[in-house]
Ligand binder design. Structure first.
Ligand SMILES: *Cc1c(COP(=O)(O)O)cnc(C)c1O
Length: 215
């Protein structure tokens, strides 16, 4: 199958209300261009240097999503152009994004990444700390928190994955009442996006189903 066919097949499986982020990490610009030419504008990367290199080489109407763990000292390299940072998981990081956004005369859209997986290795803020984080976010006028992001445990246990997604949807609905900027719940990857959508996701991050498996 061509990349366009892969994209079309993923798109046709999504409700119209769910936004697709095509995760292009490790893939060459030629592959991204093929998917872009098929009509996809939102792409996700997890490394700053790789995102910057691709940004420089590719059409400027591409919307770049940072989905991987972000180090404070690297925010400055993407602050001028990044569309949405999905992986904000500390106030320190938020503060730095705010500062770099101000330097670039813009407001940067962010999602708060919450740790819902069992694995210790997964990044994200503990669910209990979300309230305080959101209250403090008022102090950072150059960032806009538009919702939440989460990654489920890597397991074959669909029920566990469903429970983890559902936990985040509950938090999302709670915060939505107080924070009118909330509009994205970024949940679901190639292996679990259908479950994520059933549990209320409206933004999926899909790599291998579109671009093929990574090394
Ligand atoms: C790599 C990655 C994805 C996409 O994974 P696939 O299984 O290839 O769809 C989604 N989200 C994050 C945070 C990732 O790092």
């Amino acid at each position: 199958m061509s990349l366009k066919e892969n994209l079309d097949s993923v798109l046709s499986s999504l409700p119209k209300t769910v936004k697709l982020i095509a995760v292009s990490k490790t893939k060459p610009v030629s592959d991204i261009l093929a998917v872009y030419d098929a009509g996809q504008l939102d792409f996700g990367e997890n490394r700053v240097q790789e995102m910057v290199e691709k940004y420089e080489q590719l059409p400027k109407d591409i919307k770049w999503h940072m989905i991987g763990h972000l180090q404070k000292n690297k925010v400055k390299y993407i602050a001028g152009f990044v569309e949405l940072i999905h992986s904000v998981d500390s106030e320190d990081l938020l503060k730095e994004i705010d500062k770099q956004a101000a330097n670039n005369n813009r407001i940067i859209n962010c999602l708060l990444q919450i740790r819902i997986a069992e694995e210790e290795t997964k990044f994200g803020l503990e669910i209990e700390k979300a309230d305080k984080f959101m209250k403090n976010s008022i102090n950072f006028p150059n960032v806009k928190i538009c919702g939440l992001m989460g990654m489920a445990t890597f397991t074959d246990d669909t029920q566990q994955i469903r429970n983890e997604f559902s936990m985040l949807k509950t938090l999302y609905d709670k915060l939505l009442v107080e924070y009118p900027d909330f509009k994205f719940l970024s949940l679901g990857m190639s292996g679990d996006y259908q479950t994520a959508i059933e549990e209320g996701s409206n933004m999926v991050r899909i790599g291998s189903l579109i671009f093929g498996s990574r090394n």
